[in-house]
Design a protein around this ligand. Structure first.
Ligand code: NAG
Ligand code: NAG
Length: 345
């Protein structure tokens, strides 16, 4: 290869890497989409784009958005690339998002190639970090009870957090995993001693080692949303009811840990739409108990913390009683308003 051609080829590679931007918490060294909502975005002038898949592990669903339209849903990602259709010659925006969670599978992205030339894809200055369990994953969101949750019916882009961030024109990182708690995981007959959410939160990719996240300077969220407790509160038939003081203390500790990294962030602590004051017993009053426990955490953390009360959901639910698209959309408005008010967005 002649020197001039080599320089041109190298500059094209450099342009393609500078022009594409990962979405969510993606390690640029591995290019692996693990957490829900992770993906890649870019703009280009031309007629088509192809996102190579270096490997697809397990089951994954993704959304492919072109020019901010309704997504093309790929329910079970397979093959060696995800391609746009042939578009009209012009400027286009492409956004790929992982809908499902790492329990089901992950995708390692290869290069992105175009019939066209890359444009700019500047990152928004507004950033929101969201930490949660199956509710924040979008577990069963596309199903209608009774149904079985799969990668295909998980739908992170339609969760309260993704919709709130979109409406605020903010970037968002979702760190969420079904069944996880802050002091204990989902209640099962064999106790689940796998890592809790504060430990998983320290991983770059969901399956990477604890402590692998590098806290790059480019991610310094002004808002951190935490929605944990639904699994901690579960107990029926397998363990004692949750000690609410233990829950409060763990929430305060976790927020303090996060504040060590992002001291200026405001914290939005959500109650669970899946807890109610009637189940499993009226005496438990789990919804009120959780609200009071989170209010106690807010009081201890101080004026950077805010309680967001997500009402107990109605009878229309997704798989395994998870909030459906309508419940998520309603809460997205509540969360977006709260963040906008606190941060003046
Ligand atoms: C690439 O884009 C040009 C227009 O810029 C078009 O004429 C051509 O057919 C396209 N090629 C392919 C393979 O789509
Ligand atoms: C709940 O936890 C707190 C803090 O660890 C402890 O002081 C208290 O005794 C516990 N309450 C019950 C009923 O176990």
């Amino acid at each position: 290869m002649k020197l001039a051609a080599l320089i041109l080829a190298l500059s094209e590679v450099a342009t393609s890497q500078a022009a594409t931007r990962f979405l969510g918490r993606v390690n640029p060294a591995t290019r692996e989409l693990t957490w829900p909502g992770t993906g890649v975005c870019f703009t280009f002038t031309g007629t088509s784009a192809s996102i190579a898949l270096a490997s697809v592990n397990g089951a994954n669903s993704v959304d492919l958005f072109i020019d901010d339209g309704l997504p093309e849903v790929i329910s079970n990602v397979a093959g060696s690339s995800i391609d746009t259709s042939v578009l009209s010659l012009g400027e286009h925006k492409v956004e790929l998002r992982h809908r499902s969670e790492a329990i089901f599978g992950t995708i390692i992205l290869g290069d992105i190639t175009l019939n066209g030339t890359f444009g700019k894809s500047p990152a928004p200055s507004r950033q929101i970090e969201v930490i949660g369990d199956s509710i924040t994953v979008g577990y069963g969101l596309d199903g209608k009870y009774p149904c079985t949750n799969t990668a295909a019916v998980e739908d992170n882009p339609l969760t309260y957090a993704a919709l709130a961030a979109e409406s605020l024109e903010a970037d968002y990182n979702v760190i969420a995993w079904s069944g996880k708690g802050i002091v204990r995981n989902y209640a099962s007959s064999t106790p689940d001693t796998s890592p809790l959410m504060p430990e998983l939160w320290t991983r770059y990719g969901a399956n990477d080692a604890d402590g692998s996240y590098t806290f790059p300077a480019s991610w310094d969220p002004q808002a951190v949303v935490i929605n944990l407790g639904t699994n901690d509160f579960g107990y029926l038939g397998v363990r004692d009811p949750l000690n609410a003081t233990v829950y409060t203390d763990a929430m305060v500790d976790f927020v303090h840990t996060i504040q060590n990294h992002w001291p200026d962030a405001n914290f939005f602590l959500l109650t669970s739409p899946m807890l109610s004051d009637s189940y499993p017993t009226a005496a438990d009053a789990q919804k009120t108990t959780q609200r009071n426990a989170l209010q106690a955490a807010v009081d201890q953390i101080g004026n950077k913390a805010h309680l967001i009360d997500w009402p107990t959901q109605g009878p229309d639910v997704g798989c395994d009683y998870h909030p459906n698209a309508a419940t998520h959309a309603a809460e997205a408005d509540v969360l977006a308003s709260a963040i906008a008010e606190v941060l003046n967005w």
